[in-house]
Every structure is written in structure tokens, then in C-alpha cells.
Design a protein around this ligand. Structure first.
Ligand SMILES: Nc1nc2c(ncn2[C@@H]2O[C@H](COP(=O)(O)OP(=O)(O)OP(=O)(O)O)[C@@H](O)[C@H]2O)c(=O)[nH]1
Ligand SMILES: [Mg+2]
Ligand SMILES: [Zn+2]
Length: 339
């Protein structure tokens, strides 16, 4: 992955856009304050952020007579990093919308840098991350590894979800089996599914119970389709893969949380092209390859890059079959991209 280097002019333009945005947000804030700071607001209540659209947030009331209902809430600028999964305090205004006044401390959060390099949360209070892959479009293992590093860094359990099992044919089977055996050997938990066949979702249903999970992965692997099948009555937008490129069409644009009938919540998230790890330091990157952990710190040279140095314990572990060479190669590729 190429590292983004912004020219001075690009940096200046980004700053200018950010400043203008901030100014607009401050004006909006003043309006929200004028509208709401006149004692017309209801009492503070707990809520759960279901989705975040630009300057408004969809919140589910967790208390009182409106419990279980969702409503649009306004947001003050100082709370702008609010994300799906957040627990918030909100107050009802006279026009039956709400205003969010505080965000509870997050138990966990998954983040990634946006196009300008600013770290943005994707979802919060998550217990497990399902990295969804499929025979089509086939996800490069480098991207799976980036998700795994981010999951380990966030201390959230990752699970590999192989979807579209119905599409396994002579060509796809060895490709998927390669991926499955690589990650099963580390070991990571792996679950298979097909959103086209309700009967192929029973193992996934069990894993989702009583937990807050998120589906992440490339566009087109079937994250929204899985939710549509898991939750009859849900009609999330899905799209055929592009006939030109065989890739997904970036159909989902906002992370959204759903309650599952057996207990547990699932967050659908927009598909991505790449997962930047610019916010991850070299030590966290190496720790993010979890099978490396027992060997880290024992190389002959303290600043070993694990390339060709004599006495490198990671290279030795590869030679002795304790680390898969593909994972060390992937680590080295990511490390180089972050230099
Ligand atoms: N054969 C088969 N097709 C599937 C399966 N799951 C999803 N699809 C198809 O794959 C395409 C993409 O599905 P989506 O659910 O839109 O994918 P997504 O991961 O939500 O994509 P983004 O929202 O763009 O990130 C659609 O045409 C689905 O019908 C499956 O299990 N089997
Ligand atoms: Mg989708
Ligand atoms: Zn080394």
C-alpha cells in the first residue's frame, strides 16, 4: 500500500476545509444552544447510538416511556466523534427530536484513519469483530492481516467469517482453503456462512448471541446481505458486484446497529478498499501478528527488523515451521509501508 504524502498545498487545502467546517459547526452549535438552552428540554435519559448521519444521530431510547423507540438527535460540536454503539445521555426537545448532552466512556473502539489521515472510530462497545471474506471478491490476505492488527490493537476478538460458501467451486475452493488453513493455524476462530441459505447461518447465530459484534470487510463480500437473512424483515440495500471489476459497489455508507432476536447486537459497516495503519506504532504492529508474540524481544539485535539479520528469532521460527512465511512476509510489507 502506498503511503500518502501530502504536498504543502494539499495540507493547506485540507486545513482550510477543516477550518471552514469548524466555523459552520460552531454557528450550528449556537443555533442548537439558542433553541435548547431555555429549559424546554426533558430530563436526561440514556440512549444507544444506532447510526450517525453527518450532523445528526439516530438514538434508541433505553429508558422511560419512549424506551425502544429511535429518534433523531442533534449533536454539539464537542461530541462530533460520536459513533454507532456509543451509550449517550440525551434530552427530548419540544419538537420531539433530541439533543445529545454526553457520551459514556467506551468499553472498546475500532478506529481507522480517514482519507486525510485523521483517526476516526468505526464502532464502539464492540466485543467481537467479524472480518468477512468471500470467494468473490476474494480479499487479499494483506488486508485481512491489517484488520487483525487493528483488532488486536483495540483488544477486540477478531473472527474470520467466510461468506458465500455456496459459491465454492473448483477454482475458488483452493483459494479459500489456503486462507482458512493459514488463519486456523495461528489459531484464529473461523466461521463459514452463506447469506443465501438460512440453514448455513446456525453457527454464526450462536457466535452472535449476547454479544455486540461488527461486520467489517471489503465491499461486496455480503455484510448487509448476511444481516438481511439473519434478521427477517430487514431490507438493507445490497448491490451486485461490478461486472467490469468483480468488486463491490460500496453500497453501505453508514455503520448501523441492529438487535438480534436471541439477544446480542450486530453492526453493519461500509466496505473499504484499504485499511490504513498509520496510527499503529512498530511495536503494536509486531504484537498485532499474535503468533509472533512469544518470539518478540529475543532477536540478537534489539532493533532487529526481522529481515535478514543474523540471530533473528522470527526468521528462525519461520524456518522451524512455527510461523507461516506468508505472515512474516505480510508483516514486512506493512512495516515497510509505514516507514
Ligand atoms: N452467492 C452468494 N451471493 C451473496 C452472498 N451474500 C451476498 N451475496 C451477494 O453479494 C453482493 C454484495 O452483497 P452486499 O450485501 O451488498 O455486500 P456488502 O459487503 O454489504 O457490500 P458494501 O455495503 O458495499 O460494503 C450482492 O449481490 C449479494 O446478493 C452469499 O452468501 N452467496
Ligand atoms: Mg453493505
Ligand atoms: Zn528479528
Amino acid at each position: 500500500m502506498s503511503k500518502r504524502r501530502l504536498t504543502r498545498r494539499q495540507q493547506w487545502r485540507i486545513k482550510k476545509i477543516q477550518d471552514e467546517r469548524l466555523e459552520r459547526a460552531e454557528k450550528r452549535d449556537q443555533l442548537v444552544s439558542q433553541e435548547f438552552d431555555n429549559n424546554t428540554l426533558g430530563p436526561e435519559q440514556q440512549g444507544l447510538v444506532i447510526a450517525h448521519y453527518g450532523t445528526q444521530v439516530e438514538v434508541e431510547a433505553l429508558q422511560g416511556t419512549t424506551r425502544g423507540h429511535t429518534l433523531r438527535c442533534h449533536l454539539r460540536t464537542n461530541l462530533s466523534s460520536i459513533v454507532t454503539g456509543d451509550k449517550v445521555s440525551w434530552q427530548l426537545s419540544q419538537d420531539q427530536s433530541g439533543v445529545i448532552v454526553a457520551v459514556e466512556e467506551r468499553q472498546s473502539e475500532l478506529s481507522r484513519p480517514d482519507a486525510s489521515g485523521t483517526l476516526r472510530p468505526i464502532g464502539s462497545n464492540i466485543n467481537q469483530i467479524f472480518i468477512v471474506i468471500a470467494p468473490q471478491p476474494l480479499t487479499p490476505t494483506g488486508l485481512i492481516d491489517r484488520y487483525l492488527v487493528a483488532s488486536e490493537a483495540a483488544r477486540i476478538t477478531p473472527i474470520l467469517l467466510i461468506n458465500k460458501l455456496d459459491l465454492l467451486n473448483e477454482q475458488a475452493y483452493p483459494e479459500i482453503e489456503d486462507i482458512r488453513s493459514l488463519y486456523a493455524g495461528i489459531p484464529y476462530q473461523i466461521v463459514t456462512a452463506s447469506s443465501k441459505h438460512e440453514t448455513m447461518l446456525s453457527e454464526l447465530r450462536k457466535l452472535l448471541r449476547q454479544r455486540t459484534s461488527i461486520f467489517v470487510g471489503q465491499s461486496g463480500v455480503g455484510k448487509s446481505s448476511l444481516i438481511n437473512t439473519l434478521l427477517p424483515g430487514t431490507d438493507l440495500r445490497t448491490n451486485e458486484l461490478s461486472t467490469a471489476t468483480g468488486k463491490g459497489m460500496h453500497t453501505t455508507t453508514t455503520a448501523r446497529l441492529f438487535h438480534l432476536p436471541g439477544g446480542g447486537d450486530i453492526i453493519d459497516s461500509p466496505g473499504i478498499r484499504e485499511f490504513g495503519l498509520e496510527h499503529i506504532d512498530p511495536n503494536t504492529l509486531a504484537q498485532g501478528f499474535k503468533e509472533f508474540q512469544p518470539f518478540l524481544g529475543y532477536c540478537k539485535f534489539r532493533d532487529c527488523k526481522h529481515l535478514h539479520e543474523p540471530g533473528c528469532k522470527l526468521q528462525l521460527a519461520v524456518e522451524e515451521g512455527e510461523i507461516d512465511s506468508r505472515r512474516l512476509a505480510s508483516y514486512l510489507r506493512i512495516a515497510e509501508s509505514l516507514l
